[in-house]
Design a protein around this ligand. Sequence first.
Ligand code: TIU
Length: 235
Amino acid sequence: MTKMTDPKKTYPKVDAQLYAWPFDGDLRAANTALMIIDMQHDFCSPGGFIDRLGLPVAGTRAIIPSVARVLAAMRAEGFHIIHTREGHRRDGTDVPANKAWRLARAGVPIGAAPGPCGMVLTRGEPGWEIVPELAPWPDEPVIDKPGKGAFYATDLELLLRTRNIRNLVFTGVTTDVCVHTTLREANDRGYECLLLEDCCAAINPASHDMSVWQVRVGAIFGVVAKSGELLRAIA
Ligand code: TIU
C-alpha cells in the first residue's frame, strides 16, 4: 500500500527549464501527482497497436526502467500516482466514425481481426493492459480514456479536484500525442506541469525532441526536466 503522506512536508523545487518547479515552491506529496500516460502493450510491445501499424516500439519500451524508477520513488514518498489507458468499449459505440475510418485505412481496424495482443485499443484486451513493470497498485486510479487527452470524457478533473492535486509530473507515451494533449489540457486548467523528458517517448525521436522543445520554450505549457532532477528533489 501507498505510504501515509505527511501533508506538511515540502520538498525543494525541481531544477527544471525554464524555471525551478513548481513556480511557487509548493511541492508536497499531497498536492502532486505522477501521471503515467498509456504505458500499454498497444504502444510499447510487439503485437500491439503501434507494432501492427508497422512502426517501431523500441523507443517506447526503452523508457520503462526510467518511469519505473520515478514511480518507485514517488510511491515511497506517498505521492499520488495516476495511470491512464487509451481504449474503447468492446461494442465500439464510443469510437468516433473518423477514428474508426482512419484506423481501418491504416490497416489496423478497431474491433476486427484480432492480432497477438487481441483487438487494438479495446478495453479488456491484452494489448490494452499496462506493461507489468508499471502495473497500477490497487489504490492507484486508472483513467480510461477514449481519446488522446485524459481530461476528455473522463473523471480525471473531478478526481484531481477532490484530492486537491495542483502539480502534475508527466511521463509515458507518446510524447507528441497523448502526453502532449493531456499536458496542454492540464495547463489550460491551471495545473502546474512538469514533463520528464527521459520518461516519455514518441515513435519518431525527432518528434519527441520537438514536442519537448515546445514545452520548454517560453514555459508555454509547463517546464521540462530529466528524472534525475525530480529524484534529487524528493530524495
Ligand atoms: N497514447 C498515445 O499517444 N496514443 C496514440 O494514438 N499515439 C500514437 O502515437 N498514435
